[in-house]
Design a protein around this ligand. Structure first.
Ligand code: ADP
Ligand code: ZN
Length: 435
């Protein structure tokens, strides 16, 4: 039996959810048209009037918003209400360029925290838990979002923020943390650091982890679950729609339920903008149904995923999204071949290597170079050249059969690749410097 924060809405029938969505969208579009001149112009250019939107089926008539719009409208151009009604500003991490800011009214903060509370309870959280929040606090949404969710559930909240790994581990052990929230790359690092200090996975009291904010593979999930002795749940979100908690995993661990009473999701063909049927792979687009401060309609996330309405054993009825298979702008084109960092991570972990790696792409004499630096674990480490060369060759072969092109592999000594405390930097594309 699953644990719900708002059972009625989380398990509502499809008809009930549609009814809520249809009521909210009519109000929301009218509100945006009247209060956000930037979006009103886009609607006028497309010849769409608020009256044209009578249900969520009509959302496809609305114009898209992109990150470029957000940058152009920065800082106040997409504000949906008077600034005096807003109580909070957060900002994106700036992974793909200039940061954008988002505004929240108290109502928006409450909804966001409720979404995070749903995620924590889906991971088994209750008021008996000690929830260690090791996402960064501040402008980044990870810390504040899960912190608020943890309060709403009634967990004893440990607001660690990221960094200072010694203190993280000391408090985790001394204060008996049972739930850990952070990026998956930092969770992997905390697991590795515990082992280094002589702890076994069963020595800590953790039972669950809520990890997101960056792409991670199933192989990475298994490796973290093993090193910390927990069940690891995925959580997804973006600052533009509020932050983490837009969708979250339940115990089935087969995709993340999108909080459909607050967000309407579409999958589009990223090239044509055409809406694709359920089950298609494409770019995820969100319409926030009831946000006041920053009410984005048809926001293109650039995240590539698949939606599914298959019945879930947890009892939740909200649509599920797969893990983002990568951002459309994460994809590298190397010697004409499309390569996603997540494919590389999957091969590395399958071949028994650590999740500590870095990809370096450059262009020399008009040809792309493609190097992957992979760290040995202390047990694997070898200083025999013949052994290292044979391993590098084997890994090159495994990569070639996955990607269709062979990178140069460099196996490096343990602890030589910088660890991340927030979002990991997996790719260094030096070609961009020459452009
Ligand atoms: P930035 O876009 O600057 O990184 P955010 O901090 O708002 O700003 O990050 C949102 C993005 O993080 C999402 O669009 C998505 O690409 C990524 N992300 C968030 N959660 C996950 C997750 N669980 N799996 C994969 N990617 C995620
Ligand atoms: Zn479920």
């Amino acid at each position: 039996m699953s644990n719900y924060y708002q059972k009625e809405i989380e398990t509502a029938s499809r008809e009930e959810i549609l009814k809520i969505q249809n009521e909210k969208i009519v109000k929301q579009v009218k509100h945006v048209y009247e209060n956000v001149p930037y979006y009103r112009n886009l609607m006028d250019q497309k010849g769409v009037k608020p009256e044209d939107i009578q249900s969520v089926d009509d959302i496809k008539k609305l114009p898209f918003l992109t990150k470029d719009d957000l940058r152009e409208a920065y800082p106040y151009g997409l504000l949906g209400t008077d600034l005096k009604n807003c109580v909070r500003i957060q900002s994106t991490s700036g992974t793909t360029g200039k940061r954008v800011v988002a505004f929240y009214t108290q109502h928006d903060v409450d909804i966001w925290e409720e979404c995070c509370a749903r995620a924590i309870m889906a991971a088994g959280g209750t008021s008996d838990d000690v929830c260690q929040v090791s996402y960064g606090y501040g402008l980044f949404t990870g810390g504040p979002g899960l912190n608020g969710g943890s309060h709403k559930v009634g967990c004893l909240t440990l607001p660690m923020s990221s960094g200072n790994t010694d203190r993280q581990l000391q408090f985790m052990m001394d204060l008996n943390a049972t739930i850990l929230c952070c990026t998956p790359s930092y969770a992997a690092y905390l697991g590795e650091s515990l082992a280094e200090r002589g702890y076994k996975p069963e020595d800590n009291k953790l039972k669950a982890g809520i990890f997101g904010a960056e792409p991670w593979t199933e192989e990475m999930r298994r490796s973290i679950e093993k090193s910390l002795g927990i069940k690891a749940y995925d959580i997804y979100g973006l600052t533009e729609t509020s932050g983490p908690g837009v969708s979250f995993e339940c115990e089935e661990q087969t995709g993340m339920h999108i909080n459909e009473d607050h967000f309407y999701a579409e999958i589009i063909d990223p090239k044509t903008g055409e809406v694709l049927p359920e089950g298609s792979k494409g770019e995820l687009v969100f319409t926030s149904l009831d946000k006041e401060g920053f009410p984005l309609l048809r926001y293109r996330t650039k995240d590539i995923c698949i939606l599914s309405r298959k019945k879930c054993s947890c009892g939740r009825t909200h649509v599920k999204m797969t893990k983002p298979l990568g951002r459309s702008d994460d994809m590298m084109i190397i010697r004409g071949v499309n390569v996603f960092p997540s494919q590389i991570e999957a091969v590395l972990l399958k071949e028994g290597y650590t999740p500590n790696y870095q990809i370096v792409v450059d262009r020399v004499n008009n040809t792309d170079t493609f190097d992957i630096y992979v760290e040995y674990s202390p047990e694997q480490f070898s200083d025999k050249i013949a052994v290292v060369q044979a391993q590098e060759k084997a890994l090159n072969g495994a990569m070639r059969s996955m990607l269709g092109i062979g990178p140069k592999i460099h196996l490096v000594a343990p602890k030589t690749i910088t660890r991340s405390e927030g979002k990991a930097v997996r790719v260094i594309d030096k070609r961009k410097l020459h452009d």
